[in-house]
Write a protein of this length. Structure first.
Lengths: 184, 184
């Protein structure tokens, strides 16, 4: 007899995971998942939808987890420039096409769409297309989507959603600048 | 003239960071911070106040970040056993003495007290002593404390507090078992 509240091993599947909210730790926890997965010899692909020179430290760290972790930042030298939305859309499209290909290759047990929520929020990609791609992922692959303002549809579709809620932030309250190892 | 809302570089200091709440990602985000710090060639010490065989994957991953990351699990074979509180207290004391020594050595730019909130919540260590140790840390060292039910005093003392809030959890809603790479 199976307890009605227990876990059912037949239900094992790749999860759709969302880290959202205004607080810290959304990408950081996703990178922690990549680290844990690499420790279990699982292959992880990370698409960084927001790229910046301040990301150098974390990218180097993730690269040290090769061959298990592969990380690709969106087009070099790119910064979001909402004054040229067509260019933003083209860059987002290129990044999305690559992560979609990696997801569907079946080579990765975990695929991280870092800051995809940002991209969707700004309508740089059609939401329905992105969600459809994630919904049709290989069954056992875990997908992690991060960023503020996760859409209702994404939350509805996800298996595991965590809101990082800011209780206290040193920049806001004490005017402490961003620090190496913490924010970049 | 300095803008009143801007960051002040003179205020740079090691932060006291707390990850708490019922949701996922508290330890995972702490490990993400360790990863990022290692990428910046900073030295990190991690004391795992809760140890279990399921932690093997993440420990192996963190060990791969040597020499930058050093991780010590509490006494081998130990499991929390509230039926023998004196033994629990002795184990917690040993772990705390070691992490305190590492913290005060000044050799680490980041020290993670993983699940310390659990230990304090169960009163395995005197809270005032632990908080006093953290308050007197080397100025530039970041301290990260994780676990549910962070105490009011710790939150008050901290610079950066994030609550991981569970919005949706697959175990509760779909009876999906814990999965490799996600929970262990």
């Amino acid at each position: 007899m199976r307890k009605p509240t227990g876990a059912d091993p037949r239900k094992r599947k790749g999860l759709i995971i969302v880290h959202t909210g205004e607080g810290k730790g959304k990408s950081t926890a996703a990178f922690g998942l990549a680290l844990r997965a690499a420790g279990n010899r699982m292959n992880v692909f990370i698409m960084q939808f927001m790229k910046g020179p301040w990301k150098a430290g974390e990218r180097k760290a993730l690269e040290s987890l090769a061959p298990y972790v592969e990380i690709v930042p969106m087009g070099d030298g790119f910064t979001w420039d909402t004054e040229n939305i067509e260019q933003d859309k083209a860059t987002a499209r290129k990044a999305f096409d690559l992560v979609k290909e990696k997801l569907n290759s079946g080579k990765f047990e975990m695929v991280i769409f870092e800051e995809i929520n940002y991209v969707l929020d700004y309508k740089f990609l059609p939401e329905d297309e992105v969600l459809e791609t994630i919904r049709n992922k290989p069954k056992m692959t875990h997908v992690v989507c991060t960023g503020r303002n996760a859409s209702k549809k994404l939350i509805e579709m996800a298996d595991l959603v965590t809101e990082m809620k800011m209780i206290k932030h040193p920049f806001a309250e004490q005017r402490i600048p961003a620090q190496k190892g913490i924010e970049f």
